[in-house]
Design a protein around this ligand. Structure first.
Ligand code: MN
Length: 204
C-alpha cells in the first residue's frame, strides 16, 4: 500500500479508472460550520491518493474533473455527507454513486451495525484503526498517522462494493439500492438548504 500525498490537487495525468473510492475529511461534522479539508481517492489497486485542499479557494480542476465525471462511479461510505461537502465547496455533483452504508442497510438486515469499521471487519476481514478520526484536518501539514488513517478509509471500498453487490443481488435489492443512490444528490441538497435530519417522506 502506498499513500500519495498531494497538496492542492491531483496530478493532471493520473488515471484512477472507472470505479473510484472516495472519502473526505472535514474540520467537523456540520455542513454549515465546518470546511472541507481533505479528499481521498483510490482506484482499488491498494494505493491511496490524499489531496489536501487549499482553502478557501478550492482550486483543484483535476480533482473536480474526476468527481464530476459521469463515466466514473464513486464508491463512498455514508455518501450523503461527502456529496453535500463536494457540492458546497467544490461545486460538483458526485454521480453516479455507490454508497456502501446504504447498501449495507439494504443487504445486511440481520444487524444494525453499519459503520465502516464494522462492515469492513465482517465483509473484508480487515480491522480499521479509527484513532485519527477526530484530529485536526485543517493543519498545514498532515501527519503520517493522519495520512495513513485518511488512506485506510478508501482502501476497502472496492471490496465492500463487490461483496455488497452480491448480497443485494441475492436478496433482490439491487434496483432498490440504485434508486436510493440516485436520490443522494437531492438528499444532500436538502441538507445544505437546511431541511432537518427527519426523512422528507415522513408524515410529520
Ligand atoms: Mn474518513
Amino acid at each position: 500500500m502506498t499513500v500519495h500525498y498531494h497538496k492542492g490537487d491531483l496530478p493532471a495525468d493520473l488515471d484512477l479508472g472507472p470505479i473510484v473510492a472516495v472519502d473526505t475529511e472535514t474540520l467537523g461534522l456540520s455542513l454549515t460550520r465546518d470546511m472541507l479539508c481533505v479528499v481521498q481517492l483510490s482506484a482499488g489497486d491498494g494505493d491511496a491518493h490524499v489531496v489536501q485542499m487549499v482553502r478557501p479557494d478550492y482550486d483543484c480542476p483535476n480533482l473536480k474533473r474526476v468527481l464530476a465525471d459521469p463515466a466514473v462511479e464513486k464508491i463512498l461510505h455514508f455518501a450523503r455527507f461527502d456529496v453535500a461537502m463536494a457540492e458546497k465547496y467544490l461545486g460538483v455533483t458526485m454521480e453516479p454513486i455507490f454508497c456502501t452504508k446504504i447498501a449495507s442497510k439494504l443487504a445486511r438486515t440481520y444487524t444494525d451495525r453499519h459503520g465502516l469499521k464494522d462492515v469492513t471487519r465482517e465483509l473484508v476481514g480487515a480491522d480499521m484503526n479509527k484513532q485519527q478520526q477526530s484530529s485536526d484536518w485543517g493543519a498545514a501539514d498532515l501527519s503520517p498517522a493522519q495520512l495513513e488513517y485518511a488512506a485506510s478509509d478508501v482502501l476497502y471500498l472496492h471490496k465492500l462494493r463487490e461483496k455488497l453487490m452480491m448480497m443485494l443481488d441475492r436478496e433482490g435489492r439491487l434496483e432498490l439500492a440504485k434508486a436510493c443512490f440516485d436520490f443522494l444528490p437531492t438528499r444532500a441538497r436538502l441538507d445544505l438548504a437546511g431541511w432537518p435530519e427527519t426523512d422528507i417522506f415522513a408524515h410529520s
